[in-house]
Design a protein around this ligand. Sequence first.
Ligand SMILES: O=C(COP(=O)(O)O)NO
Length: 247
Amino acid sequence: MARKFFVGGNFKMNGTVASIKEIVKNLNDAQLDPNAEVVIAPPALYLPLVRESLRKDVEVAAQNVYNKPNGAFTGEISVSQLLDSGATWTILGHSERRTILGETDEVVAAKTKFATENGLGVIWCCGESLDEREQGITVDVVSKQLAALKAQVSDWTRIVIAYEPIWAIGTGKVATNQQAQEVHAAIRAWLRKEVSETVADETRILYGGSVNEKNCRDLAKETDIDGFLVGGASLKPAFVDIINSTQ
Ligand SMILES: O=C(COP(=O)(O)O)NO
């Protein structure tokens, strides 16, 4: 079955009111591929600003969420508050949150369960370190992350997977087509074996890690690359070229 091409823009901890308004204007003025599903993730405090001014065919996402309905969790943001702000997606398990903030596979899985069961789509991130790749254990690492997710979620229909090799994030060292396709195919095979044929066939698997307007078209040709989760390049006008990379 055809999986709808999906492009996410992860702004990370970047932007100001002025710069984000400029990004929104650039997207509003652009010709975007109508067959692409586009979601941008500004820092959460800008979600209402972005939602009210952004074209309606582009969705907005958070970069994290807490897995409790509400309450005494200082500094955290709930699913209902994100929905109230116009978000329909959230990124979860980004390697920066796993490595810097110590989010475990189990915490990421619990957040994914809570978010998808309460109305948010989830862009669930996985990927290996350079050391793990050099040890040849990339698929083992990603499979372990997937197993922790499977242990807690039963509905995969609101999950998009983003494979983001840590050694490619922010480094300019994009994975080769072969490197990316190999892992994407392994993820799809894992889903087929461990979850179901349908989930394997229907789940979008995005590539993230130094994607830009020069390398996106070639990567997008790979069978199991269904889109991108873009960091730095999502802050630039050329993000439109990445959105349109299958045209
Ligand atoms: O972390 C990333 C990728 O970042 P870059 O595109 O800047 O490598 N996406 O979530």
